[in-house]
Design a protein around this ligand. Structure first.
Ligand SMILES: [Fe+2]
Length: 478
């Protein structure tokens, strides 16, 4: 994947603003709103290279869709990590799998306070009326959605509460409440669940002690429960206090622990029970709901955590790198029993999954999941197609074009729709042949292309974004 590697894991030099992008096809009139995406803007500082896909300096991308036209702007998030990189031409902050060079690092870190990045590049959410760039540290960066200017670091958690959080908060739109999981590393560590109701400060809803915390990128939520799926990729908190290795390299895969599901009562914050299951790993919970005495949890699951190793840039530079395949698995947790079971709904590779979250989160009737995927016949070493899984009929649908590498697909429903998939899929696609990116608009039902909107430069491989409808009554966030 050499050319696409240079494009997708390179360096964005230009911050641009274009009022009217070139469009092939016709954007539906009802599609009025803004897509904001987050991800690395560069994998290089001076002569230094970041090591992993989850490293890099954050860049925001904004597509405003109005009356059939699309404008675009991109901007680096103005953080300490960014400013110091600019000023010194060196990597100065610790990232997911990259530390600054040891001599520099040792001067600026203390044992209890490593200099962890504030470059919040993983996802976007609107929390307490603020537009936030989210990171796995509880340091979130507020930005202005009109200008993409950074407003500042918003410490919605203080360091005493915890050091790591997820970039996938769960929303209860009916009660204007946002939940997130925060891990506090200590002699006895804790998984804490916080809630923010409206604009009020966060409060702790649940706090569960744990000896060896797991790497948790997301968590599940049904109507009455939170689900912490405790993958056996765990850390001895002392290792993080000493910080001899980059963050993620302190975690060890211990399959003998299995993957227990911690089920927590959403109303009391108390642990209902831990349900044991065989070991597996996932970044992303998709949906969860209750059905009779069962709790159903859908995830994009892997047999182990080797996907993290596969995302090292050195590995991805090689054409031989085959990404381990995540799959849509449905776990069934018997609330009155013991034995957890699962079925694989689709054997197509699945990552960065999405669905109609705003309407159907926690709803048993949800039917469609969208994701990036690797084409089985034309495996080019990275995600090169978009997948739609029909859970009800266990059928897969794809969008594929040779030389194209789509990013996270985001579903936008047509207002007033009766069918779940009546709407569009938005995905930023890197086109290796053109050496640039385009915004793809797919009919979410047929997966036929409706329009593509060209951007005159490549957009690096990013992670998550959010779409904000122009006249939204409730946030349609993912
Ligand atoms: Fe994620």
């Amino acid at each position: 994947m050499s050319k696409v590697y240079e494009l997708g894991f390179g360096n964005t030099e230009n911050e641009i603003k274009i009022e009217k992008l070139e469009i092939q096809g016709i954007i539906p009139g009802w599609l009025q709103g803004t897509l904001i995406r987050n991800g690395p803007g560069t994998f290089k500082v001076g002569e230094q290279q970041y090591r992993h896909w989850f490293d890099g300096l954050a860049m925001l991308h904004k597509f405003s869709i109005q009356n059939g036209n699309v404008s675009y702007a991109n901007k680096y998030l103005n953080t300490k990590a960014y400013r110091e990189a600019k000023a010194t031409n060196q990597i100065s902050y610790s990232e997911f799998a990259t530390d600054p060079c040891r001599s520099l690092f040792s001067r600026i870190m203390t044992v209890f306070s490593p200099k962890i990045t504030d470059s919040a590049k993983v996802s976007i959410a609107k929390i307490a009326q603020r537009y936030m760039a989210l990171a796995e540290t509880p340091i979130q960066v507020e930005f202005d959605p009109d200008t993409l200017e950074s407003v500042g670091v918003f410490n919605y958690e203080d360091r005493l509460v915890g050091q790591m959080t997820t970039v996938h908060p769960q929303f209860d739109f009916e009660y204007d409440t946002v939940y997130n999981l925060v891990t506090r590393y200590h002699r006895v560590s804790h998984y804490n669940i916080h809630q923010i109701v409206g604009n009020t400060p966060p409060t702790k809803l649940s706090s569960l002690p744990v000896n060896s915390p797991s790497y948790l990128h997301s968590f599940g939520m049904s109507k009455n429960y939170f689900i912490l799926t405790e993958f056996p990729l765990v850390v001895n908190p002392l290792a993080l206090l000493l910080w001899l290795k980059p963050y993620i390299e302190n975690f060890k895969w211990k399959p003998e622990r299995g993957t227990p599901f911690w089920v927590i009562n959403r109303h009391t914050g108390e642990l209902v029970s831990r349900f044991e299951s065989d070991p597996f790993f996932a970044f992303h919970h998709i949906n969860a709901f209750e059905q009779g005495d069962e709790l159903i949890v859908d995830l994009a699951a892997y047999s182990d955590a080797s996907i993290i190793q596969s995302y090292y840039l050195q590995r991805m530079q090689s054409n031989l790198n085959q990404l381990p395949s995540g799959n849509l698995r449905r776990y069934r947790i018997p609330l009155k029993g013991k034995t957890v079971s699962y079925e694989t709904i689709s054997d197509s590779c699945m990552e960065l999954p999405n669905f109609d979250y705003a309407r159907l989160n926690t709803n048993p009737d949800y039917r469609y999941v969208y994701s990036v995927s690797v084409n089985k016949e034309k495996n080019l070493g990275f995600y090169n197609q978009i997948l739609k899984v029909d859970i009800k009929h266990k059928k897969d649908l794809f969008w594929f074009e040779f030389g194209c590498y789509p990013g996270e697909p985001i579903f936008v429903g047509r207002p007033g729709r009766a069918n779940e998939d009546d709407g569009v899929i938005l995905s930023v696609v890197l086109d290796e042949r053109a050496g640039s990116s385009f915004l793809l608009v797919l009919d979410a039902s047929s997966f036929n292309e409706i329009a593509r909107v060209s951007i005159p430069q490549p957009i690096l491989f990013g992670y998550h974004g959010a779409y904000f409808p122009e006249n939204h009554e409730k946030s349609e966030l993912l």
